[in-house]
Design a protein around this ligand. Structure first.
Ligand SMILES: *Cc1c(COP(=O)(O)O)cnc(C)c1O
Length: 229
């Protein structure tokens, strides 16, 4: 077995274990997005052969090139998730090659994506800067509900939910608090009538904790592909 294949098995077992640890009424399916940024197309092909279907990329050009190189996997079900900061001048590239954008945080980008995908709406999440760090992208927690509602009204977007990158901290309590704020925001969106189904949070270091706090989608890179160089 290749290391990618065995790493994938390990991560899937970690996800299943975290779900199994939840109270029965809180258990829900969790989607694994394998973050393949900086990895060669061949590594993606290997993960695909091991049954992985959803892949995440941070850089528009790199992701578009990989999606093009692996176009033969498209009819076989590969799915591309854009998870990095998105500039307006890259919206066309992303709209052409990706199935999802997790990092929608500005009206201008949301409107551009919507125009580009008017006939085939693209799945989006609103990125929330839950830690409030200046270095992080995302709308503020307080602005998230109105911005999400505005995205839901755009014809070329299919609003799926929320995404966050929590603070990189060894402090478990801080981490959990940020995951919980996201969960509350997600529950509030649903209560407001938006039919969202995705709470995208958790990476290699913290995906189990994220699932315990309500993540429905985790984005895992190095635990699958190894350390990035
Ligand atoms: C790189 C990245 C990940 C994956 O990080 P790992 O620590 O390698 O699992 C997840 N989400 C985003 C937005 C990323 O940029």
């Amino acid at each position: 077995m290749s290391s990618i294949e065995s790493n994938l098995q390990h991560v899937r077992a970690g996800i299943d274990g975290a779900i199994a640890g939840l109270p029965p009424d809180a258990r829900q399916p969790v989607t694994l997005v394998a973050v393949s940024k900086t990895q060669p197309a061949e590594a993606v092909r290997e993960a695909f052969a091991a049954g992985q279907r959803a892949f995440g990329e941070n850089y528009a050009q790199e992701g578009a090139a990989k999606a093009a190189a692996l176009a033969d996997l498209k009819p076989r079900g590969i799915e591309w998730h854009f998870i990095g900061p998105l500039q307006s001048n890259k919206a066309g590239l992303v709209a052409r090659h990706f199935d999802w954008v997790h990092s929608v945080e500005r009206a201008k980008i949301a409107e551009a994506l919507s125009r580009l995908r008017e006939r085939d709406p693209i799945n989006v999440c609103v990125q929330v800067n839950v830690s409030g760090e200046a270095s992080k992208s995302g709308v503020g927690v307080d602005e998230a509900p109105a911005f999400a509602a505005a995205c839901a009204r755009l014809p070329g977007l299919r609003l799926r939910g929320l995404m966050a990158i929590v603070e990189k901290t060894p402090d478990e309590a801080t981490l959990r608090r940020q995951f919980r704020i996201m969960r509350e925001l997600f529950v509030a969106l649903r209560a407001s009538g938006l039919s969202v189904d995705t709470l995208s949070m958790g990476m290699s270091q913290d995906y189990r904790a994220a699932i315990e706090e309500g993540a429905t989608l985790v984005r895992v890179g190095s635990a699958i592909f190894g350390a990035r160089t």
